[in-house]
Design a protein around this ligand. Structure first.
Ligand SMILES: Cc1cc2nc3c(=O)[nH]c(=O)nc-3n(C[C@H](O)[C@H](O)[C@H](O)COP(=O)(O)OP(=O)(O)OC[C@H]3O[C@@H](n4cnc5c(N)ncnc54)[C@H](O)[C@@H]3O)c2cc1C
Length: 406
């Protein structure tokens, strides 16, 4: 087994680290304080990241992107996550959605949308699946007839007419194109009634409702998507109507598929988002180490107090284990060696768990200085880590491996 990074991977990581620490981190600390979520969107950072090739890194070279391998994408997100979780999550969205432009679209659809995505530095993609009454149920099979998502697309002539509301959609209000999950059959079970339709942000009848005012990851906009007799061409349907369940690659899938190992297997679902989270967890730890080196109490730096050093050592051990799991999963996926798509979920569940403990222990080591945003960014990092807990954590791993959860 060989986990050594290639020269290109090392160069990319160093370039992203430089950009993240010198540009993303200071800008994010300022943007994060804006009162309105829509004012936190980091447009300038996005343009710079795009010029560096980060936005389009997941598109294969032969299709006009950078063709970064999975390990490189994880490295990029780890470094960006150390600087700002929200901004890194925007770039993560590009990596989970943009390959779909290449792999899932028809040649005609691809010709229409891929060049637009490649050329425009601010072109983002969104994935609209969750609804106010269909959260976990939209991702895991709750197959009662007529249940789960309710947004409905009716075929009328050569158009789909869409009605319904999505919420918490990442890059909502900023994205120019959405992969929208709809019902094309109102009464059937979701496993045979769900379809994906491409909806551009300027489609008639499509508006943005409220922006969710999250306490963390504020640079990532999350918004309601509202469809009132929204009309899109029928040719915007991806694949076959009613067969979208489990088609989502990294962003979904569901436990009912018997994913086989080998060339047809999807990437490790959940891994890229959790790589971002691990980056921010590492940032919590590093802030705590730096603070404990400089803070003198009892006549010496607090890092020299034995229980503080032990706390930090435990965090370091957990981080090392998470990094090993991250790169093992990337290796397993890229080599298709002992690979299972659930490995991404396992990694996410592990990072969620150590993330909570490391974030809360780190902020405790700041004493009173941990409670404000002005002197140290630790409270922002902790908010960011806590905003990552929704969805696909231990409960979902339990569901995936078939354990009873109730
Ligand atoms: C920052 C952020 C970004 C997001 N981005 C997107 C996006 O881009 N696109 C999108 O479509 N959605 C997005 N979402 C929505 C996200 O996918 C949902 O929040 C997630 O699926 C959980 O749904 P929910 O919030 O409705 O929680 P619920 O489903 O209401 O769950 C509440 C609790 O019950 C537990 N639970 C639920 N069902 C079960 C069950 N069957 N068995 C045991 N326990 C269960 C859950 O684990 C959770 O602890 C985002 C959310 C956030 C906060």
């Amino acid at each position: 087994m060989d986990f050594r990074l290639t020269d290109v991977q090392e160069m990319t990581r160093d370039m992203v680290r430089d950009f993240a620490q010198n540009e993303v981190k200071p800008a994010a600390i300022i943007l994060d304080k804006n009162a309105k979520p829509e004012d936190c969107i980091p447009w300038d950072l996005l343009k710079k990241a795009s010029k560096l090739g980060l936005r389009t890194a997941a598109i294969p070279e032969e299709w006009g992107g950078e063709g970064a391998d999975y390990t490189t994408l994880a490295l990029i997100l780890l470094e960006l996550g150390k600087a700002d979780h929200g901004f890194a999550s925007i770039i993560r969205g590009c990596y989970t959605e943009s390959p779909r432009l290449v792999h899932e679209l028809t040649p005609e659809q691809r010709d229409e949308w891929l060049p637009k995505f490649l050329k425009d530095d601010t072109f983002l993609l969104g994935l609209g699946r969750t609804e106010p009454d269909a959260g976990t149920d939209s991702h895991f099979l709750y197959d009662e007839p007529g249940k789960s998502i309710q947004t409905y697309a009716e075929l009328q002539g050569d158009e789909y007419v869409i009605n319904g509301t999505k919420h918490f959609i990442s890059s909502g209000g900023a994205a120019k194109l959405y992969f929208l999950y709809v019902r094309t059959d109102k009464k059937g079970p979701i496993s045979t009634s769900m379809s994906v339709i491409l909806v551009p942000s300027d489609a008639p009848g499509f508006t943005i409702g409220r922006y969710h005012n999250k306490f963390g990851r504020r640079l990532l906009p999350n918004a309601e998507l509202v469809f009132q007799n929204c009309r899109v061409p029928a040719k915007n349907l991806i694949g076959i109507a009613g067969e979208a369940w489990g088609s989502e690659g990294e962003g979904g899938g569901g436990p009912q598929k018997d994913w086989t190992k080998g060339p047809g297997a999807p990437p490790p679902f959940g891994l890229l988002g959790a790589a971002v989270n691990l980056g921010t967890v590492i940032a919590c730890y590093e802030e705590a180490v730096n603070y404990c080196r400089q803070r003198i109490q009892g006549g010496r730096p607090v890092i020299e107090q034995q229980h503080v050093a032990i706390d930090l050592a435990r965090m370091k051990v957990q981080i090392a284990a998470a990094e090993a799991l991250l790169f093992k999963t990337c290796f397993a996926w890229e080599e298709r060696y002992d690979y299972d798509p659930k490995m991404g979920m396992l990694f996410k569940a592990f990072v969620d768990e150590i993330g909570l403990s490391i974030a809360s222990k780190s902020i405790a080591l700041f004493g009173g200085m941990g409670t404000g945003d002005d002197d140290f960014p630790i409270s922002k990092y902790v908010r960011d880590v806590y905003t990552f807990l929704h969805g696909f954590s231990t409960t979902e791993v339990a569901l995936l491996i078939g354990a009873p959860t109730a």
